[in-house]
Structure formats: structure tokens, C-alpha cells
Design a protein around this ligand. Structure first.
Ligand code: ATP
Length: 641
């Protein structure tokens, strides 16, 4: 199959896909649209024909005088002509309305298709710039493209019907007339196709560059970036980046439009010359009495209108072609699939773990990363206990969390849950068995209650369970202090929203993880924003909650880690030590070294007391000082975050 045929096939597939999308967005509307389009296509040809009859009727009146017989046709054709013109207006208005409705329906349908696909894709996709380019194309163009495509197909069909009817009408005056009509507009077709292709290539190749101004815009206008923009005076930097890039993109687009306008003008001259030659010939024939005045009106109208229709037909072809190209990017996005495979014969997940989780010889690298983050990694996490994972920045702790959630699959080795490879469990089922607090939890701009209840999806949780979880997470009092308690809207995005501190948001996120009663609990940095009084108190409550469950706490805080049943020390993608706090302190290793460094800071007495198992809480600085990172710190100097 040649490339051109392949291309044509692709466009046909896009068109049929587009019809499927438009049809499923609103069947009745699509049907009404199609019927009205055909009627609207026939009406202009009918008016041209009626104008001929009317003119001949008027000529008869002029020739034979006004009487009942000569007046009758003029009145009848006049009324018919006026009715058909009125009908054109009515149908035009109806079509405008139907298109507006369809546009809304299709845009919402497309957004829902994009959302459905985006949520199903695995997280690895978010690591690739190509994915973001595709998402940008799908989100940016897809909403409007199907309707634009539908409109251009509609215009094409309507004008095609009118043109075909006009062509049939002028054939009796010369079979070559329709040929001239079509041939005169061929240069226009070439221009339309050529520039649609050129514009699409530019659009695709500039996607990354078009995304960058959005990043600059976000930096300049988002509330998250607002403090740094001001304190570091970054406004000018991002503004000049935005202006520079937009200027280049704008110029490229303007140049393309200029070339297109020039080419269109030249093609238009060819079409004009052809139509003027034909009209001149027909006037000559009328003067010779070879055709009637009515015939001349018909041919003149048919030709002049036909040329206009042909131009619009060609521009519709160009638009259909270009919209189909754009739709291709959107369809490609819809065809993206998660690379995580679902098991053919899924295993059933245990309601409570008996053996635990084990990482067996796992090698894993992030998509596009040259070196693996984990290589031959082994770790046994016992069932029914609280395990802490500690280690310096970049050791690979959060990567373990992501593997447990099956956001990624390892390159080799296996992560087993009660001796079964987690790939043999259905992905959604596995995730339902997990309660996770992520390192950077989401701040839902919804009520405090909903912020906690979302961990059970749409159904939410009972208010009593939400409150119990909030109490365990230390969030209840702060929520009760909000203007409407659990019904207070959180965040400042929407009216009557209330903002709370970073640590308070973290407690609410913790409550969200707690309310989900799943057999495995994974908390990534649960206390990183907590003051040390709250931290000590929190762990006691956490132990009650964790009873019978398998819990993993990733932390930098020794004051948190030391209370776990078993502590794993991770460094450079390996577990380098493990044991209880006392065992690890007794060893001369990374953990003990970090711990000893803490002993040299002020408030060390509090920490010593804590190390004996009785966490008194101490002062805020003590908690901060207990981070593993402290090994790099000058002894004796308080830790500053
Ligand atoms: P921290 O204590 O700072 O949170 P961590 O121990 O949780 O660190 P990870 O987030 O697991 O560390 O990262 C481990 C390594 O993997 C780091 O070297 C990091 O650069 C790399 N890494 C993490 N996320 C990605 C990613 N999405 N793509 C590529 N590399 C990544």
C-alpha cells in the first residue's frame, strides 16, 4: 500500500472515530443536524431555479401585458421564492442552535474520555515529556476539533448538495460548464491541503515550546509560586521567558498565515478568471437570443454561486483534512494503554497478611533513567508489625512505597505479598488493600470531612469513622476550630475556604489514610511537619490503630523511627542495617552515628530519655535535630531545616 493510500485510510479512520464520538455524545441532535443539513443544501438550488421561473414570468408579463394568466405564475413563484428564503433563514438559525448544543455535548464527552484515559494510565507515563505533549494536544484541541470537523463536514455536505444540484441545472446549457466550475477551483484545493499539512506539522513540532509558556504563566499566576516569585524577584525572569517564546511562536504562525493568504489570493484569481469568462460567454449568447433572460439569470447565479460554493467546499476539505490530523493526536492519546499488565488468573488478596511483604532481588530504574535506583534489592517486611525505613535523601525509600503501590513494575526480581508476586493480584484490588500517606499529599479544595472521606472514593465514609480517624491523626481539634467544623471548605480556591498550616494539612491527610481500614498501611514521612509534642503523642495512637495490620513508616525522624518494631536503614538503594532502636544504637553503623550526632545537640537530655523508650516530647528543635541527615551536620549545631 502506498503512503498516500495509507494516509487516506488513516483519515477515514479518524472521520469514523469522530462520528462515533459525536454520535455517542448526542444521537437526537446529530440526527436533527443531518436532516436539516440536507434540506439546507437543497434550498439554495431551489431558489436559483425559482429565480429563473420568476424572471421568465416577469418577462412574459412585459411581453404580453398584465392579466390573470400572466400574473398567476409570478405570484406563485414569488411566494415560493419568499417561502424558501424564509425557510433558509429558519433552518440556519436551527442549525446554529443545534451546533451550539452539540458543541457543548461533544466537549464534555471528550473531556470525560480524556479524564477516563488519564486516570487509567500508569504513573510511568507522567515521567515522559511525550506523554505531556500528547496530553496537551488532547486537552487543548480535542474539545473543539470534533465539532470543527463536524462543522466542516456539515458545510462540505450542504455545499456539495447545493453544488451538485446547480451542476445538474447548468448541464443543459453545456456539459463542459460544470467541468470549468470544478477545474477553476483546483488551485484552491492544492493550497488548502498544502497549508493544512504545513500548519499541522508546525503544531505538532512546537507542542513542547507551546507548553513552556503555560509553565511560565503558572509560575507568574499560581498561589503556590507567589511567595518565591516575590522574595526572589522572579517575576521579570518568567515574564521575559514567556514574552520571548510567545513572540517566536506568534511570528512563526503569522508568517504561515501570510504565505497561506498570498497563495489563496492567487488561487482565487484563477477561479475568478474562469467564472468571468463563462459569464461573458453567456451574456453574448443571450444577446444573440440563444438563451432567455431567465436562463441567463440561472446560469449567472449558478456559476457565481457555484464558484463561491466550490471555494467554500475546498476550504471545508482543507479544514476536514487539518481537523482530522489534529484529531489523530487525540485518538493516539485515547489509545495509550497502561504498561502494567493485569493477571490472567488473578489471586485473591488476604484480608490480613500472614507472612508480610518481601522484595526479592529487585532491580528497578525510573523510566528514562540511565542507572537503576534499586539493584538486586532484598527486604522482608514482617506481617502485623510496624516497620520503619530510614535513610538519607535519595536512598530509595519513597521508591519502595511506589513499588508497593504498583505504580511501577521492577525490571527484574519480584515483590511478594504473603509469598505471591503482587503482579498476580488485580491492580485495583491490590491498591484497595493499601492505605497510603504520600510524601506530598493532595490538598483537596473540599470540606474537611470530604478531605478525609475521599479515601473511599465516591461512597466516602460515615461521619463517625471520619471523626474517629481525625482524632487518631490529631486533626479533630483543629477541624473543630474551623468556622464550620467538618463542613468547612479547605483551601482558598473557592468561596468561604479556610487555609490551615502545612502540618495541619498533613494531619488531615493522615486521617484520610487512617480511615481506610486496609490490612497494609504505608506512611511516607507522616510526621515531617509535626511538632515534636504532637509526634510523640501521635505514635502512641498510631500503635493502637496499626494493631493487626502491616505498617511501614518511611521517616527521617529518629523520634518516630525508634518506636517502630523493626527499623530498616537504607542507603544508596540497599538495606544496610536493621533491628530495633536499641540494637541499632548498640551497633557502630549509620544509624548509631546519626543518633550519636543528635546526642551532642542542645536538648540532648530529652532525646536520651526518648531513646530509652519514654518519649517525653521535648521541644520542637529536638525533633528536628533527630534526622538522619544530621550525620552531615557539624556536631553541636542545632539542625535548621
Ligand atoms: P527523600 O528522603 O529525599 O525523600 P528517598 O529515599 O525517598 O529520598 P527516592 O525518592 O526513593 O528517595 O529516590 C531514590 C532515587 O531515585 C533518587 O536518586 C532520585 O533521584 C531517583 N528518583 C526518584 N524519583 C524519580 C523519578 N520519578 N524519575 C527518575 N528518578 C527518580
Amino acid at each position: 500500500m502506498t503512503d498516500k493510500m495509507q494516509e487516506a485510510r488513516t483519515h477515514l479512520t479518524h472521520l469514523s472515530e469522530m462520528f462515533r464520538i459525536v454520535w455517542s455524545a448526542g444521537r437526537t441532535w446529530t440526527l436533527a443536524w443531518a436532516v436539516l443539513l440536507v434540506v439546507q443544501g437543497l434550498l439554495p438550488a431551489a431558489t436559483v431555479y425559482l429565480s429563473r421561473l420568476l424572471v421568465d414570468g416577469v418577462v412574459a408579463v412585459l411581453d404580453h401585458g398584465l392579466d390573470e394568466t400572466t400574473a398567476q405564475p409570478v405570484i406563485t413563484y414569488g411566494i415560493l421564492m419568499a417561502s424558501s428564503l424564509l425557510l433558509i433563514e429558519v433552518i440556519q438559525s436551527l442549525l446554529t442552535w443545534i451546533r451550539a448544543v452539540q458543541s457543548e455535548l461533544v466537549q464534555d464527552h471528550i473531556s470525560s474520555l480524556v479524564h477516563q484515559r488519564a486516570i487509567k494510565l500508569d504513573i510511568a507515563h507522567y515521567e515522559s515529556p511525550e506523554f505531556h505533549d500528547r496530553l496537551e494536544m488532547a486537552k487543548g484541541d480535542a474539545g473543539s476539533r470534533p465539532i470543527a470537523l463536524l462543522e466542516s463536514i456539515g458545510t462540505f455536505t450542504q455545499n456539495g448538495i447545493t453544488l451538485a444540484a446547480l451542476a445538474v441545472m447548468i448541464i443543459p446549457y453545456g456539459a463542459w460548464l460544470p467541468v470549468v466550475l470544478v477545474a477553476g477551483t483546483l488551485p484552491g484545493l492544492f493550497v488548502a491541503m498544502r497549508f493544512s499539512g504545513r500548519f499541522h506539522s508546525w503544531w505538532v513540532s512546537s507542542t513542547s515550546d507551546r507548553r513552556k509558556p503555560q509553565y511560565y504563566d503558572l509560575m507568574l499566576t499560581s498561589s503556590d509560586a507567589a511567595p518565591e516569585m516575590r522574595i526572589f524577584g522572579l517575576g521579570g525572569y518568567f515574564q521575559s521567558g514567556f514574552i520571548g517564546l510567545r513572540k517566536r511562536l506568534r511570528l512563526e504562525r503569522i508568517n504561515m498565515t501570510r504565505d497561506q493568504s498570498l497563495a489563496r489570493f492567487l488561487a482565487g484569481l484563477v477561479a475568478l478568471a474562469a467564472s468571468e469568462a463563462v459569464v461573458a460567454l453567456m451574456v453574448w449568447r443571450a444577446l444573440l437570443g440563444m438563451v432567455t433572460l431567465g436562463d441567463l439569470v440561472l446560469i449567472y447565479q449558478a456559476f457565481i454561486r457555484g464558484q463561491g460554493l466550490m471555494r467554500s467546499l475546498l476550504s471545508s476539505v482543507g479544514q476536514i483534512y487539518s481537523n482530522s490530523l489534529f484529531l489523530g493526536s487525540f485518538l493516539e492519546f485515547l489509545q495509550m494503554r497502561s504498561s502494567l499488565s493485569e493477571p490472567a488468573n488473578p489471586e485473591t488478596l488476604p484480608a490480613r497478611l500472614r507472612e508480610g511483604l518481601s522484595f526479592n532481588g529487585i532491580t528497578f530504574r525510573y523510566p528514562g533513567s540511565p542507572s537503576p535506583t534499586l539493584e538486586g534489592f532484598d527486604l522482608q517486611i514482617p506481617a502485623g508489625k510496624i516497620s520503619a525505613i530510614v535513610g538519607p535523601n535519595g536512598a530509595g525509600k519513597s521508591t519502595l512505597v511506589k513499588l508497593i503501590c504498583r505504580f511501577y513494575d521492577p525490571e527484574s526480581g519480584a515483590l511478594e505479598l504473603d509469598g505471591v508476586d503482587i503482579r498476580r493480584y488485580p491492580v485495583e484490588e491490590l491498591r484497595r488493600h493499601l492505605s497510603v500517606l504520600f510524601q506530598f499529599p493532595v490538598r483537596y479544595q473540599e470540606t474537611a470531612a470530604r478531605n478525609i472521606a475521599v479515601s473511599n472514593g465516591n461512597s466516602g465514609h460515615e461521619r463517625a469513622d471520619v471523626e474517629a480517624a481525625a482524632k487518631l491523626a490529631g486533626a479533630h481539634d483543629l477541624i473543630m476550630g474551623l468556622p464550620k467544623g467538618y463542613d468547612s471548605v479547605m483551601g482558598k480556591w473557592f468561596a468561604e475556604g479556610t487555609e490551615v498550616s502545612g502540618g495541619e494539612w498533613q494531619r488531615i491527610a493522615l486521617a484520610r489514610a487512617f480511615v481506610r481500614k486496609s490490612p497494609i498501611m504505608v506512611l511516607d514521612e507522616p510526621t515531617s511537619m509535626m511538632d515534636s509534642w504532637s509526634e510523640a503523642d501521635w505514635f502512641k495512637r498510631f500503635r493502637d490503630l496499626a494493631r493487626g495490620r502491616t505498617s511501614i513508616v518511611v521517616t527521617h525522624r529518629f523520634t518516630t523511627a525508634m518506636q517502630a518494631d523493626v527499623i530498616f536503614v537504607m542507603d544508596k538503594g540497599k538495606i544496610v542495617e536493621s533491628g530495633s532502636h536499641q540494637e541499632l544504637v548498640a551497633k557502630v553503623g549509620l544509624y548509631a552515628q546519626s543518633w550519636k550526632a543528635q546526642m551532642e545537640v542542645p536538648y540532648a537530655d530529652d532525646l536520651k530519655e526518648a531513646s530509652n523508650g519514654a518519649i517525653s516530647g521535648g521541644v520542637n528543635g529536638a525533633g528536628e535535630a533527630s534526622e538522619l541527615d544530621a550525620v552531615d551536620r557539624e556536631p553541636g549545631r542545632p539542625y535548621v531545616r
